[in-house]
Design a protein. Structure first.
Length: 151
């Protein structure tokens, strides 16, 4: 249901202050349906926050899921006695979840496999970082052995 709402841009209307207070009270009492209603009625917040990022459609889909996880965490951990509005707290949780995900993916994008081809030589043979390192280390070992012989 959640994914259908997001992808079809068919968001339910946000809750009024009174409705939000009512469902938050029910949530405190352990009402799972109240939790689901709070999540569904705040999904447009996820879509709004995602618009701040310049993304491809595939990245948007991923961040909608990640943002929804942030929203769920916000609903699960929200404490209305702290004096912060749910939307303010949820927006921060959603944004933090998205930023953590972007940072994690940025780290993995800069990692390079030693075994992945990085180019081709003049004969059309692929070569890897590991192969280049082995040749370099081998050349260094050879140079050291020559130096020892000369000394």
């Amino acid at each position: 249901m959640l994914i259908n709402i997001i992808y079809n841009n068919a968001f339910p209307q946000p809750l009024s202050e009174d409705e939000e207070a009512y469902y938050l009270q029910r949530l405190e009492e352990g009402d799972e349906e109240a939790r689901n209603i709070l999540i569904e009625r705040n999904l447009r917040l996820v879509a709004h926050i995602i618009k701040k990022f310049e993304l491809t459609p595939e990245e948007q889909e991923d961040l909608i899921s990640i943002g929804t996880i942030g929203l769920i965490k916000a609903i699960n951990t929200y404490n209305q006695n702290k004096g912060t509005k749910l939307a303010t707290y949820a927006a921060k949780c959603i944004e933090n979840e998205i930023l953590m995900s972007l940072r994690a993916s940025k780290k993995t994008k800069t990692e390079v496999s030693l075994y992945e081809p990085i180019g081709v030589d003049k004969d059309g043979n692929e070569f890897t970082s590991l192969g280049c390192l082995q040749k370099t280390v081998g050349s260094m070992d050879y140079a050291k052995s020559l130096k020892r012989r000369v000394s």
